[in-house]
Design a protein around this ligand. Structure first.
Ligand SMILES: Cc1cc2ncn([C@H]3O[C@H](COP(=O)(O)O)[C@@H](O)[C@H]3O)c2cc1C
Ligand SMILES: O=C(O)c1cccnc1
Length: 326
């Protein structure tokens, strides 16, 4: 790093990032291209409690939008020349599409205020499907994995999981999600508190958390992250929901966190706690609160800058530039 034609340290966090990616990949001159994006879609039984600004049908409608190329993640994936896979892991209604990977485990989770969200077999199956999807991508040559999600109600699920893991007050973690009105925030908070009281997930047991208060897409994202980590492929973590999935992956195997970079700071208030638990610092803050993997895709060129700098910049010796300081 210090032989390159720049004052040492002058490329700031890009220098750290380049070294981190070299360590992750065990490659002195790593590459993060081509990136691969997998969006897992699933529904959440807890939406019947009125916790989202949008109806459950939007999950399936957005899946169709992903398949026809009109969503934010389509645009940003194209921008960074990423391969994009859309996986139905548990959407409530049946969807068809030539490019859709149908891996539906069940038609959405159960309402975890009333019963467990899913069975242990379903949670493990979701993790396994995520793992396999990521492995297939990596075998095809993907050098940086971006995970995205679509699931109306999943900021409630993610806040519940985060409250269970962190032990923090639900109030400090709950946000507006898709944009619920201010007066509904307390209701969302109470729904989560009620669920935690009724389900009592074991904060040290990631499978128990998923079974009791989880989401199928969150389990699948965690599984995909474990696959990338096991293959030493850097994971570019998206916003709030993805970071909560990253915490589940870390609880399953703490080494997975060594392969994660948090792309951006989400507007969701709980994201700060999630990022702290992951012991990371987001690269950028653009006031994003979308999900789908969109923030990670936007941040990918920063990783590319870091790795290209390492690979392509001249050294003081090769360029005949003096490295002597006064
Ligand atoms: C049109 C639309 C596109 C989206 N893309 C991602 N999300 C995001 O919003 C949802 C979570 O927010 P909540 O918990 O408030 O429902 C998830 O589907 C997430 O991916 C979307 C939401 C909408 C409405
Ligand atoms: O940061 C996110 O992932 C997020 C925030 C709000 C709604 N959907 C996703």
């Amino acid at each position: 790093m210090n032989t390159l034609t720049k004052p040492p340290g002058s490329l700031g966090r890009l220098e750290e990032l380049a070294i981190t990616i070299a360590e992750m990949t065990s490659d002195e001159f790593p590459t993060v291209t081509p990136p691969g994006v997998i969006v897992f879609a699933a529904d959440h039984g807890v939406t019947t409690e009125g916790v989202s600004a949008f109806p459950q049908e939007v999950t399936a409608q957005m899946v169709k939008n992903f398949l026809t190329g009109g969503a934010a993640i389509n645009v940003f994936s194209k921008q960074i020349s990423a391969q994009l896979k859309i996986v139905d892991i548990g959407v409530a209604t049946d969807i068809e599409g030539e490019d859709l990977i149908s891996k539906k485990i069940r038609n959405g989770t159960a309402n975890f205020c009333q019963e467990d969200a899913m069975t242990k077999e379903e949670a493990e199956k979701a993790i396994d499907i995520g793992f396999t999807q990521a492995e297939e991508f990596i075998k095809k040559g993907v050098k940086c994995l971006i995970l995205g999600e679509m699931g109306i109600g999943n900021t409630t699920t993610s806040s519940a999981i985060l409250a269970a893991i962190s032990g923090k007050d639900v109030q400090s973690l709950v946000g507006f999600g898709t944009g619920i009105p201010k007066e509904k925030i307390v209701h969302k908070q109470q729904v989560i508190e009620r669920a935690l009281k009724a389900r009592k997930p074991d904060p040290s047991d990631p499978i128990d958390i998923l079974v009791k208060i989880g989401g199928l897409e969150i389990a699948a994202m965690a599984g995909a992250m474990l696959a990338a980590a096991s293959r030493r492929v850097p994971i570019l973590v998206d916003g709030f929901i993805c970071t909560v999935a990253a915490l589940i992956a870390k609880l399953i195997d703490s080494r997975a966190a060594n392969y994660m970079i948090v792309s951006h700071r989400s507007v969701e208030p709980g994201h700060k706690t999630a990022v702290q638990l992951l012991e990371k610092e987001p690269l950028i803050d653009l006031g994003l609160r979308l999900g789908e993997g969109s923030g990670a895709a936007v941040a990918h060129p920063i990783l590319q800058s870091a790795t290209l700098m390492l690979k392509e910049m001249a050294t003081f010796t090769s360029a005949g530039v003096s490295d002597k300081k006064y």
